[in-house]
Design a protein around this ligand. Structure first.
Ligand SMILES: [Zn+2]
Length: 183
């Protein structure tokens, strides 16, 4: 059992990062990472979504996402949009779901150095005393809990619905960029 908190989504825990290669769909299009899809979700501008979708790296997608025209009330829906994308990531990539479950019951903290105190917790001197909200870590723990509950239910039932397997032929390979989203 994993009891020590996981403070950083790097090395062995890189799969928890939104930069991890794990194709997800958004509004009918496939995006290479959750980061790409999330950045595209910010805007209704279809041209910008396409530019983001074609970005070679999640950091490139994040960069472009800073300059898009935000859709109506983005701030109010962004956590829910992230939740849906994360759930999809771990539902469709069964290997990643297994790895997420194996972190239980460790606290998942998206530690970073870029003052990301909404989605994570920045560990720099300037941010000392600010308590990061760790929204991404909390969403991951919430989804992990959902999967655990489903697992427990499925052991008492005989039929388990099969899920679509999107990830195949080794597409789940981590990229090298550093993590995450803040906006
Ligand atoms: Zn900081």
């Amino acid at each position: 059992m994993h009891t020590e908190p996981i403070h950083s989504f790097t090395s062995g825990y890189r799969f928890l990062s939104n930069f991890f290669s794990s194709p997800v769909s958004y509004d009918g299009w496939m995006y290479p990472t959750v980061e790409h899809a999330y950045q595209a979700a910010k805007t209704d501008d279809q041209m910008m979504r396409e530019v983001i979708r074609k970005c070679k790296t999640p950091s490139g997608a994040k960069h472009i996402g800073r300059h898009v025209r935000l859709k109506f009330e983005w701030d109010k829906v962004k956590v829910q949009e992230m939740r849906v994308l994360l759930r999809q990531k771990f539902l469709t990539h069964k290997d990643l779901r297994g790895r997420l479950l194996s972190t239980w019951p460790a606290e998942l903290i998206e530690g970073n150095w870029w003052h990301g105190n909404f989605w994570g917790v920045c560990g720099c001197v300037d941010c000392e005393g600010k308590s990061g909200l760790n929204t991404l870590g909390k969403l991951l723990m919430e989804i992990r809990e959902e999967f655990r509950n489903e697992q427990q239910e499925s052991t008492t039932q005989t039929t388990v619905p099969s899920e679509e397997e999107v990830c195949d032929k080794g597409t789940c390979v981590g990229s090298t960029e550093s993590s995450n989203t803040e906006r």
